[in-house]
Design a protein around this ligand. Structure first.
Ligand SMILES: [Zn+2]
Length: 70
């Protein structure tokens, strides 16, 4: 069970996939939070060039895809 992140960085062109394991409780909270609100205060960065990916909600949605597996 976890969250799968796919990051396509516009800055350096890198494509990164990673999986964040989580327990059921955390996953549900994350799913609710992610579906209703993109946090642009807490920086999410490209793992390659460290460019901030969530400068705005539009930037986040353009560069980061999140899926869930159960
Ligand atoms: Zn990058």
């Amino acid at each position: 069970m976890g969250l799968n992140y796919t990051i396509d960085c516009r800055h350096c062109g890198s494509h990164t996939e990673y999986r964040a394991s989580t327990n059921r409780r955390t996953l549900r909270v994350d799913a609710e939070r992610l579906s209703s609100h993109i946090d642009t205060e807490c920086a999410m960065r490209c793992p390659v060039c460290r460019t901030k990916l969530n400068t705005s909600e539009a930037d986040f949605r353009a560069q980061v895809k999140i899926s869930f597996d159960a």
